[in-house]
Design a protein around this ligand. Structure first.
Ligand code: GDP
Ligand code: MG
Ligand code: ZN
Length: 384
């Protein structure tokens, strides 16, 4: 016991060997960005609140605003029109010109090589098209993407497939029951949101199935403590739908989460003419059947649009490396400096302050469990 205290007292500040910006954020070499402070975090002791909030703001701010946005392209070349891709099928791309929907092909010279993605065009892409005979179009150019929600490509794990681009918000939908809440998937989507430049929100649906709403709030309290907005909804009782509508209108949002949690039902409750397909929950599996087979972009009456996605069971993280995973867990990153080893991965090392915090219930067990599971799922080595 005495020995342990001594090691801690003599500990030098943690120095990361990495030279990436993320490591530099941790070392305090990058200026703090100006943004509203997140809500107070209650999981860790108050004495170090300020320090943590500062670190957190830096990391989060850098994750969100770190990459320089490419300049807006305002001029549309002669003969071309600007539009947004709303749906993709095997044979055609549907784009929205504002006044009409047009089916397009893609200019053969467009290629996805060197982009890191396998798809040339994604739902949500801003594109220039040319219109030909018979009202058919050709996508001539894809404009730079502001945000991206992606997952590993099924055919090539090193590349990713864009699920949707250019949405500002990612609403992670979970259900109280049928199917039960899966916290690791929520954490994976939170990481994907940070990676892809989207603001995450959590929506806990089917709260009518809970014995009382307090149980729902208790389950999600840890996310509220981390500063995330949590919506509590029921498409059956109408609870929380006004708040959901408020979050959606005027924004570009993607809804993601397990199949059967009620994404399509919620969207239709918010705007009944959306006409999405809804699955019946099959009682013995406790899961809805897959009915939203396509990603489609839907305009909202009050402005903005939503993108409904089919349930994505496994959200692999492509661009995150093991050593930087901790940066997506601000409450864990804030403890890392107290670990016995500078290069502690918080998975198995002795003297790990993170493990200690979990044992003392200062850190949510579910967050640590997802950190470990995701850490294991990421490749051990990577090449730049
Ligand atoms: N009890 C209850 N059932 C819901 C709620 N929202 C959706 N459902 C049901 O859950 C099933 C799956 O809904 P669906 O919208 O297809 O889920 P999605 O796969 O996430 O789009 C359907 O049978 C819905 O009627 C809710 O708030 N409460
Ligand atoms: Mg659906
Ligand atoms: Zn550690």
């Amino acid at each position: 016991m005495a020995k342990k205290t001594k090691i801690k007292a003599n500990r030098k500040p943690k120095i990361a060997r990495d030279h990436s910006w993320k490591a530099r954020v941790l070392r305090g070499e990058i200026e703090e960005v100006d943004r509203e402070l997140p809500r107070q975090e209650r999981i860790l002791p108050r004495s170090r609140e300020e320090e943590r909030v500062k670190l957190w703001t830096k990391v989060e701010g850098e994750l969100r605003y770190g990459s320089e946005p490419e300049p807006e392209i305002n001029e549309v070349p002669a003969g071309w029109r600007r539009s947004v891709v709303t749906q993709i099928s095997t044979s055609a791309y549907q784009v929205d010109l504002g006044s009409e929907l047009v089916l397009c092909g893609v200019r053969g010279s467009l290629s996805a090589s060197h982009t890191g993605y396998t798809n040339v065009v994604a739902v949500g892409d801003q594109v220039f098209i040319s219109l030909g005979e018979g009202g058919h179009g050709v996508i001539e150019r894809v404009l730079p993407r502001r945000t991206v929600l992606a997952r590993p490509d099924v055919t090539n794990e090193d590349l990713s497939q864009i699920i949707v681009s250019n949405v500002d918000q990612l609403i992670i939908v979970a259900a109280w029951e049928e199917p039960a809440i899966w916290l690791e998937l929520i954490d994976r989507y939170l990481i994907a949101a940070a990676e892809g430049n989207m603001t995450p929100l959590i929506c806990l649906n089917k709260i009518d199935l809970a014995e009382n709403e307090e149980d729902c709030h208790r389950e999600m309290a840890l996310y509220e403590a981390l500063g995330y907005t949590v919506l509590y909804t029921s498409a059956v009782t109408g609870r929380g739908l006004d708040q959901l509508r408020e979050c959606l209108v005027g924004h570009e949002t993607v809804l993601a989460g397990l199949s059967g949690v009620g994404k399509s039902t919620l969207l239709m409750a918010v705007q009944p003419d959306l006409e999405l397909q809804v699955a019946e929950v099959s009682y013995y599996s406790g899961e809805g059947r897959h009915t939203t087979s396509q990603v489609s972009l839907l305009r909202l009456h009050g402005g903005g649009y939503v993108v409904d996605t089919p349930g994505i069971r496994e959200l692999g993280l492509v661009t995150v490396h093991r050593h930087e995973l901790v940066l997506y867990y601000p409450e864990i990153a804030a403890l890392a400096g107290e670990c016995q080893f500078n290069d502690c991965t918080h998975t198995h090392e002795p003297g790990c302050a993170v493990v200690e915090a979990v044992e003392e219930e200062r850190l949510a067990w579910s967050r640590y469990a997802s950190y470990q599971a995701i850490y294991e799922s990421l490749p051990e080595y990577y090449t730049e």
